[in-house]
Design a protein around this ligand. Structure first.
Ligand code: CP3
Length: 370
């Protein structure tokens, strides 16, 4: 093969660097769907596809903490590639975490057993906002870019790699709450009581995100996803006033030509506003029907989703029926990427995950004899 010879001379790398994308990647089902072009089958990948439900992941993770794993590029790459290959998905997502970016802002992050993420010096008032550090350059996150470069080299040459970051609201919720939250009392108090400080913090986060996402793209990611996991806690009016301009700023700042997936959960009442904020692909959770949601936001944007992650605990007949329902709602329209409506849960049976990927490919296959 030409490409192998090229590689010996480093020419392939040169091509990747100038165009940042090869023809093989550009023609992949995943990137075609991002651009709403026809595909031979519906591409599928799964949020949190590398994680504790998978034995290979648990084995690597047994040797070190989660943060150490994120900061060891060779192992982060290994975990990324293993998951993508084991499942047969149409895209890999770099193994990292949305909270890594808060460390260079001066926040002390820890993942404690059982509790999830903890921030030891959360932002609680305007004075704390003043103490946040501007992320001037993203070199402190160099381990993520190294992991992306290593992963890109190890992946099949036609398998796209997704970079990602937390969206401004979801990151702000952790920064202010200091961890997971049910009612977001601290975050919303800052938002309502001191909107100047709130907007200053959201702007600082957004500036950092633009640099971070673009550095991931420069390192070799073919698409990026913004996770606004907890944005469903907001009313539509609050979303418009306190969040939308910042998310829009981030998406508008992403390197031209790289698709952006804009994902959130609990967003049934926010979808039109999320669409307004931007994104080539809108990620849907399972609480909305895919056909109705797509109709609402318009067929001139792609959609991703939206199987309930708990469907993976059902028997395979039931799983197939639910996957088929989603494919039927997408109705073969260009621009559907199959995914869950949120990440895979830690106890999920891995054989069902593998079966789901096969089912989606098989049921959506648009071969000549069909
Ligand atoms: O999708 C992938 O395979 C890529 C890896 C990925 C992780 N986190 C790895 C991870 C991605 C895309 C994320 C994003 C992320 N991180 C989100 C947004 C996605 C979502 O689910 O809404 C959020 C909210 C976080 C913050 C975070 N990190 C939480 C709430 C937790 C869970 C804490 C726990 O103990 O359950 C994490 C830790 C985390 N991130 C794990 C993994 C595999 C588990 C860590 C471990 O090995 O113990």
């Amino acid at each position: 093969m030409f490409s192998e010879n090229f590689h010996d001379f480093g020419v392939a790398d040169l091509i990747v660097e100038t165009a940042n994308i090869t023809d093989a990647l550009r023609a992949s089902a995943f990137l075609r769907a991002c651009r709403r072009e026809p595909v031979p089958y519906t591409p599928v990948w799964l949020m949190r596809q590398a994680g504790r439900y998978m034995r290979e992941y648990r084995e690597v993770r047994a040797r070190m903490s989660f943060l150490e794993l994120c900061k060891t590029p060779s192992l982060a790459a290994e975990v990324t590639v293993t998951a993508a290959e084991r499942l047969g998905v149409d895209a890999a997502i770099i193994f990292a975490d949305i909270l890594l970016i808060i460390e260079p802002m001066g926040l002390e992050l820890e993942f404690s057993k059982g509790e999830g993420p903890v921030i030891h010096n959360p932002v609680r008032g305007p004075h704390d906002v003043d103490r946040l550090r501007e992320v001037e350059d993203t070199s402190a996150l160099g381990f993520v870019f190294d992991a992306i470069r290593e992963t890109r080299r190890a992946l099949p040459s036609d398998l796209p790699l997704i970079g990602f970051a937390g969206a401004p609201f979801t990151l702000a919720s952790y920064i202010v709450e200091g961890g997971a939250s049910r009612n977001y009392v601290h975050a919303k108090s800052l938002m309502y009581n001191d909107s100047g400080a709130w907007h200053a913090m959201m702007s600082l986060i957004s500036r950092a995100l633009v640099k971070y996402l673009n550095a991931q793209i420069a390192a070799g990611a073919q698409a990026v996803q913004l996770f606004d996991s907890w944005v469903g806690a907001l009313s539509p009016d609050d979303y418009r006033q306190y969040v939308l301009p910042h998310t829009r700023h981030v998406i508008a700042g992403v390197t031209e030509g790289t698709p952006v997936i804009h994902f959130g959960t609990g967003t049934a009442t926010l979808l039109e506003l999320m669409r307004e904020a931007g994104g080539d692909v809108i990620g849907l959770d399972w609480r909305v029907r895919l056909d109705e949601a797509w109709q609402r936001i318009g067929h001139d944007v792609a959609v991703m989703g939206n199987l309930d992650p708990v469907a993976l605990f059902a028997n395979q007949e039931q799983l197939r029926a639910q996957a088929q329902t989603i494919l039927a709602q997408a109705a073969g329209r260009p621009g559907h990427i199959f995914n869950l409506g949120h990440g895979i849960l830690p106890e999920t049976p891995v054989e069902n995950v593998i079966a789901l990927v096969d089912m989606v490919h098989e049921m959506s296959s648009r071969s000549q004899d069909k």
